[in-house]
Write a protein that binds this ligand. Structure first.
Ligand code: GDP
Length: 448
């Protein structure tokens, strides 16, 4: 699909950061360079790339340190937010006029997918409870009127077109009469399909501008083929100047191209991407959500959810205290009570199987994830609860007779207590070597 290469490259970049507990300026610069190459390869506009990379680098260096996130997660979060930004930020769709009909005019090059889009949009509008009228103001292409009629029929909506047999007809006149028709027959949205040429030319712009003046549209949508790469930006600029538009529709996002147009156009034109077309069928069409697109590019929708949950759930103060204890000699200050606390924070995020399922690259471990036994964690909690505070602070003092007492209190076997204590020592060793003054994003999970 369209962003596969970009997704893969970014994923590879982030992978090199995994396991690092802090990022040096050199790490950040190297990452920024990788991101730059990835975006340029995806055919993103150079000015957009420069700005993007500069912002990511600056934000990463001023490190909005968060107790809940490790450095690689922080970088992913920054890149995600910046991607949402260049994709236009908030989701924005059609603004309907106070006094119907709302007039939507489609503009763009020939072959961009305007006529197809008219049908998709009509179908979508109908689904929202509107009664749209499609208008064939593309009288340039011999078959255009007929094509719109076919599309309208499929979408189950009315099409307004010049009478056949009257010669070519005047698109401005057709557009003007369509508004009267909508008023008369109570259509509340009018979608005007206009002619496109293969390239930008003055006549085309003039005609589109004339239609615009005749129908006074509430929304002019610039329809652009996402596969045409850098040309998309030039074309957008030409239309912005010649006709002006309020929003962008990206088509052919199902294609196998690099997709840089999609990533450049909102930032370059300052206009929101409202819809995306991803196939020839009328149903292959969606409202464009910058945040979801960014997640898709990062291939990490679920991780972002996880990060959000971690930020919400993790008590930064508690994490900082745990981190300080772990950076004591061999992590000796970090006791079982802290261990339990960390474990409980993780559990607050949801069932363990779900948490692990959200991590990238866990696909290979599907079976193990499904087999995570939540009761095992309950058992560990019970064991820790039947210890005395002194035992929790310094598990080294837990000798044979204490083990027997703890096992009895928790209703488990002595071997279970042994297992927990041993795993605790291993986990503490690992976490304290990782911590190096800073807590790794996800605290160690016992038994894992
Ligand atoms: P117009 O000249 O701007 O009206 O463009 P058309 O609507 O006639 O579309 C040109 C071609 O692109 C047609 O063959 C459409 O079926 C095709 N097309 C339109 N939108 C999409 C899309 O999102 N994905 C794909 N794969 N093809 C599309």
């Amino acid at each position: 699909a369209v962003f596969d290469t970009l997704s893969d490259r970014l994923a590879a970049t982030f992978k090199t950061l995994r396991g690092k507990t802090r990022l040096s300026d050199a790490d950040i610069d190297a990452t920024a360079r990788e991101i730059r190459v990835a975006l340029l390869e995806a055919d993103v506009n150079l000015a957009v790339v420069r700005d993007f990379v500069a912002r990511v680098r600056e934000r990463a260096k001023s490190a909005e340190l968060s107790g809940a996130l490790n450095p690689s997660q922080q970088i992913i979060k920054i890149v995600d937010e910046e991607l949402v930004g260049i994709l236009g930020g908030e989701t924005r769709t059609i603004r309907f006029a106070k006094n119907p009909p709302t007039v939507i005019m489609l503009a763009g090059l020939q072959g961009a997918g305007k006529t197809t889009l008219a049908g998709k949009l009509a179908r979508w509008l109908k689904g929202q409870g509107h009664s749209p009228l499609l208008v064939a103001a593309d009288l340039q292409r011999p078959n255009a009127v007929n094509q719109l009629q076919v599309v309208g029929q499929r979408a189950g909506v009315q099409v307004f077109a010049p009478e056949p047999g009257n010669g070519v007809g005047d698109p401005v006149d057709v557009a003007k009469r369509s508004i009267e028709e909508a008023n008369r027959r109570l259509f509340d949205v009018v979608v005007v399909d206009t002619a496109g040429r293969l390239g930008i030319d003055a006549d085309l712009m003039q005609q589109a501008a004339d239609i615009r003046d005749a129908v006074d549209p509430d929304e002019v949508l610039f329809v652009v083929d996402a596969m045409i790469g850098q040309d998309a930006v030039n074309t957008a600029n030409a239309f912005a100047e010649g006709v002006g538009f309020d929003g962008v529709v990206l088509t052919k996002l199902d294609g196998d191209a690099r997709g840089g147009a999609a990533l450049s156009i909102a930032r370059v034109t300052g206009k929101p991407i409202m819809f995306a077309s991803n196939g020839e069928a009328l149903t292959e069409f969606d409202v464009f959500h910058p945040d979801r697109m960014a997640s898709r590019i990062l291939g990490m929708g679920d991780v972002l959810t996880l990060i959000e949950q971690a930020e919400k759930t993790f008590d930064a103060e508690q994490s900082a205290k745990a981190a300080a204890k772990l950076s004591s000699k061999e992590g000796r200050d970090f006791g079982l009570a802290d261990f339990l606390q960390q474990m409980q924070m993780v559990r607050k995020m949801g069932p363990l199987s779900k948490i692990f399922g959200m991590l990238p690259g866990m696909g290979d471990f599907k079976d193990q994830i499904a087999n995570i036994d939540e009761r095992e964690v309950d058992r560990l909690e019970a064991i820790i609860h039947s210890m005395t505070p002194a035992e929790r602070d310094d598990p080294k003092i837990i000798d044979g007779s204490r083990r027997a007492r703890i096992a009895k209190g928790a209703g488990v076997q002595v071997s279970d207590v042994n297992g927990l204590v041993n795993r605790f020592f291993e986990a503490r060793k690992m976490m304290s070597s990782l911590a190096g003054g800073k807590m790794p994003g996800m605290p160690g999970i016992p038994g894992m």
